[in-house]
Design a protein around this ligand. Sequence first.
Ligand SMILES: Cc1ncc(COP(=O)(O)O)c(C=O)c1O
Length: 341
Amino acid sequence: MKNRPIDLRSDTFTKPSKEMLEAMMSAEVGDDVFDEDPTINKLQEKAAQLFGMESALFCPSGTMTNQIAINIHTQPGDEVICHQYSHIYNYEGGGMAFNSSCQAKLLGGKRGLLNVEEVEQNINPDDIHAARTSLLSLENTSNKGGGSCYELSSLADLSEVAKSRQLGFHLDGARLFNALVAKEQNCRDYGALFQTISICLSKGLGAPVGSLLLGDKTFIAKAKRVRKKFGGAMRQAGYLAAAGIYALDNNINRLQKDHDKAQELKNALEECSWVSHIDPVETNIVIFYLKPGKDQDLFLNILKEKNILAIGMGQGKLRFVTHLDTSSSEIEFCCEVLKKL
Ligand SMILES: Cc1ncc(COP(=O)(O)O)c(C=O)c1O
């Protein structure tokens, strides 16, 4: 029998563990549209408390939590400042335009991270010819930036700019827990800086479904209305929330193991003559580049034949993502395969 594939395409490919499934099976549930699902209520309270924020809303996906936040922070015709690599711009199906009639002001900045100078230069003047800049949205860790993370001091500076220029300040924290573990930061620092934070339970934390939007009570009351409009209000979804509670209780600190595995892959790639460059590895994402003339699809197929799955990002750029469903021995095997290619 063939072994299961070693799936390094993304940390979204994890499946719930036996213990997580047991927690799900024994969840108490109710109709969440009527606020009567005790497990969802517990998850929301737990997440809000963790970040020292007033309130939280359980949603089906990270895309939805981001899109709800954008919808509330902006008016039609407004401009959202975000990085050119950001998920909200690149990978949410044009949602910012479709759901909220907003446009993006895309900034550069190292590896998916924004800096104060560039943000300040790109806030539009109060002039009827210009779109109103109403939201500054960051992503931590940056997915397309290769799992890069912010220093807390940079976030504090960006928060100051947002406050002084009266911009909404949102964080797409789909992989925020990876950043927290890597930088030894804590949730409450983030709760104090951002107006809204989206955290995801179904990436590194290993739950099958779900994200939470965090904010103050007024914002989350509005978010509940928008979630309904977007079709994301759920009924007995406490079974899913139970997986989220299990994930928050058990799967945060172990993220360091995923970061160590990413370093192992990076070390192996450093020994490969066919690699031209590897981006710095800060968390669980490894981005590397094939030497010119090497065919990306051919490379992915060769890996696939060895039972290893990875993702090509075009023009010889490739990505491995480590997660809780890749064991140490599987990573060791991958490293051996890479070194022999
Ligand atoms: C940085 C980032 N934000 C948001 C999302 C969206 O999450 P979802 O797939 O749950 O919609 C993703 C998904 O990969 C992501 O990487």
